[in-house]
Ligand binder design. Structure first.
Ligand code: NAP
Ligand code: F7E
Length: 340
């Protein structure tokens, strides 16, 4: 039975990855931060059964910035695989908190790599780093593993540094350390301030009579949006490869924020012109105008391919948010048809 450690287990990807690994028979250990309120709602359906002898998910308090407690944990649980998903992951917020973002997203990854370099003398371990399409920033065209990075935010710069540390630990110390360069991926568990979820949740609140308007920033930005459930499968495949390597994970198709807004509004019969206002507060000092990935290396070497496309993703997220606000998705024929 394999053992995995996930940092960032309480986040969108951490929760899907924990489910995937448990389904494959792993014992999963997750690092969680102490908070004054519950922060484990995304994990509630897979919590360890206190009456079971075989734990499925074990949570440990810690922080990616606290390498002493991480080292103690790693030496105690002896993981076969470590997935580093912990980060201050909001690009807009990284302009307000650049140093903190760098400490968590970059120095946190470096500290964990140091812990694993020491531990790997005892047992082989595989390390996954959550790298991001934001690292490409201003680079144009279909982006692959050989495209240059031109980061445009404190978040992206921190992720570029963590990317290169991961490569360096692989080359300098022979650690099985790999980067997944993941393009935007969404789900009903997406954080509520990222634009796809902000829109699906905002429309659901309007239809439930809780809100009257939705305030957004730059509608012209283009992203390559996929489904988080598909993307955690790619993370796992990256660590099962014969040798450590770096992979772009994307759908290969991009759309604008305006396209997403229009599609979601069409699915529930709302007119975006009537409900959306543009608010300058949501613009970024430097924007990444367009990102589209070329996932052919992952398709060829990992046998991975994105399954859920743009329209289905929107329908899935809208239906979930409507349900949360007590609105039956079946009331909207276009949405019901997409849900199948
Ligand atoms: P998310 O929902 O924002 O989750 C981030 C996770 O990191 C949360 O569990 C958070 O814990 C944890 N965390 C933050 N600071 C921490 C610290 N100091 N110590 C320990 N844990 C800490 O992000 P996500 O969408 O799941 O993304 C997962 C990873 O992939 C992130 O590194 C992100 O930057 C990267 N990524 C995401 C995408 C995407 O489109 N989703 C694309 C490329 C790369 P709390 O719950 O306590 O806040
Ligand atoms: O913005 C525009 C915004 O915040 C997407 C993170 O997971 O993916 C994510 O980063 C676009 C941007 O995601 C609003 O200006 C317009 O152009 O949903 P987002 P992101 O910045 O692409 C990458 C791959 C990561 O690695 C990150 O961790 O949408 N936009 N209006 C808006 N964005 C937000 N958040 N809110 C708005 O009101």
């Amino acid at each position: 039975m394999k053992t995995a450690l996930i940092t960032g287990v309480t986040g969108q990807d951490g929760s899907y990855l924990a489910e995937l690994l448990i389904g494959k028979g792993y014992v999963v250990h997750g690092l969680i931060r102490r908070a004054s309120t519950f922060n484990t709602h995304r994990l509630s359906n897979i919590f360890q059964d206190p009456h079971s002898d075989s734990p499925r998910l074990v949570l440990h308090y810690g922080d990616i910035l606290d390498s002493d407690s991480t080292a103690t944990l790693v030496h105690r649980i002896e993981p076969d695989e470590v997935y580093n998903l912990a980060a201050q992951s909001h690009v807009r917020v990284s302009f307000d908190m650049p140093v903190y973002t760098a400490e968590v997203a970059y120095v946190g990854a470096l500290r964990l790599l140091e812990v694993l370099r020491n531990f790997s003398g005892r047992r082989p371990v595989r390390f996954y780093q959550a790298s991001s399409s934001e690292m490409y920033g201003d680079t144009r065209g279909r982006l692959s593993e050989t495209s240059p990075f031109r980061p445009r935010s404190p978040y992206a710069i921190a992720k570029v540094a963590a990317y290169w540390q991961t490569v360096n630990y692989r080359e300098a110390y022979g650690l099985f350390a790999a980067n997944g360069i993941l393009f935007n991926h969404e789900s009903p568990r997406r954080g509520e301030t990222f634009v796809t979820r902000k829109i699906t949740r905002g429309l659901a609140m309007i239809l439930a009579g809780r809100e009257r308007a939705l305030y957004l920033g730059n509608l012209e930005a283009r992203r390559d949006w996929g489904f988080a459930g598909d993307y955690v499968d790619a993370m796992w495949r990256i660590l099962q490869a014969d040798r450590p390597d770096d992979f772009v994970i994307a759908t290969g198709a991009s759309h604008s924020v305006r396209d997403w807004l229009r599609l979601c509004c069409d699915l529930v019969g709302l007119d975006p012109e009537r409900i959306v206002s543009i608010d300058r507060r949501y613009f970024r000092p430097t924007e990444v105008d367009a990102l589209e990935g070329d996932p052919s290396k992952a398709e060829r070497l990992l046998g991975w391919k994105a399954q859920v496309r743009f329209e289905r993703l929107a329908a899935m997220m809208l239906a979930s948010d409507l349900g949360d606000f007590g609105v039956d998705p079946q009331r909207y024929p276009e949405l019901a048809e997409r849900l199948g």
